[in-house]
Design a protein around this ligand. Structure first.
Ligand code: CP
Ligand code: NVA
Length: 304
């Protein structure tokens, strides 16, 4: 059974199939064509952290494909009262066809998947956010034709989204230049990397962005790390993507952010609301990319 717990769970050929499928599914949606291959299929979505985009894109996506989506959270289920993840997995997966989970440690989703009868999708953990990078790369392909050989500059925290970019670079053959403050560097093992061949670390963010095809960043404090907020604000002060940084990157550079964003912290309003930013396409593409993913996990490769 195929799960999507981290980006490297899918090989290059499958990822390329998903990007082309995302385009077909998106075009159909834009033409208001009904496409309901997942009738009578049910997705269960389990959220242990908050969400706007992930919930909406999975729920709307499943409805648009003809299926149903059920939202569960920790507070209102027995998961919040200590029911073992393994037991929850056995029960939940007997009543649905697909599960998406947003939780804390990657270990939790691994344990769930090990006891699940149906495919499990990672909707964000402390370590990874694979659905985000599916959408981000699809967005880059839409704007620039392909990802191979491109350069992505990641500025700020080496978090779940950064780790996933790094995994994607190994599979799809592009470069990621990462600039973090001291003490917040990439941990290759935690990122799940085989080598350091596709990434380079920079102390100076202005050097990391030079000539990049894409400049991207994320919040300084991810969900679950709120206690570190004040220390992080001080440490990340010079890792804000502003007009000077985009000028150092060059006019070819696009800007992405998985959202939600904090204007005036990791990105200036001028950049996120400016002409190089593609953040709204990026957010919309969560819908199309995840519809392709759900279709693939439930039906395999579709021949049309
Ligand atoms: N980018 C993203 O995953 O957004 P949400 O936290 O709103 O789901
Ligand atoms: N790195 C952020 C992403 C939110 C979508 C977090 O984990 O909170």
């Amino acid at each position: 059974m195929q799960h999507f717990l981290q980006f490297k769970d899918l090989d290059r050929s499958t990822l390329e199939y998903l990007f082309s499928r995302s385009r077909i599914i998106k075009e159909r949606f834009k033409r208001y064509e009904r496409y309901m291959p997942l009738q009578d299929r049910t997705l269960v979505m389990i959220f242990e952290k908050q969400s706007t985009r992930t919930r909406l894109s999975f729920e709307a996506g499943m409805h648009q494909l003809g299926g149903a989506a059920i939202y569960l959270n920790t507070r209102d289920t027995q998961l919040g009262r200590g029911e073992p993840v393994e037991d929850a997995a056995q029960v939940i997966s007997r009543m649905c066809d697909l599960v998406m989970i947003r939780t804390y440690e990657q270990e939790i989703i691994k344990r769930f998947a090990a006891h699940s009868r149906v495919p499990v999708i990672n909707g964000l953990t402390n370590e990874y956010h694979p659905c985000q990078i599916l959408a981000d790369i699809f967005t880059l392909i839409e704007h620039r034709g392909s990802i191979e050989g491109k350069t992505v500059a990641w500025i700020g925290d080496s978090n779940n989204v950064c780790n996933t970019w790094l995994q994607a670079a190994e599979i799809l053959n592009f470069q990621v230049r990462v600039s973090t403050p001291p003490g917040y560097e990439v941990e290759p093992e935690r990122a799940g990397l085989h080598s350091t061949g596709h990434f380079e670390a920079f102390g100076d963010p202005l050097e990391a962005v030079r000539g990049a095809d894409l400049v991207t960043t994320d919040v300084w404090t991810s969900m679950g790390f709120e206690a570190e907020n004040e220390a992080r604000k001080r440490a990340f002060e010079h890792w804000s993507v502003d007009a000077e940084m985009m000028a150092a990157a060059g006019p070819q550079a696009m800007f992405m952010h998985c959202l939600p964003a904090h204007r005036g912290e990791e990105v200036s309003a001028e950049v996120i609301d400016g002409p190089q930013s593609v953040v709204w396409d990026e957010a919309e593409n969560r819908l199309h990319a995840q519809k392709a993913l759900m279709e693939f996990l439930l039906l395999g490769r579709v021949q049309e």
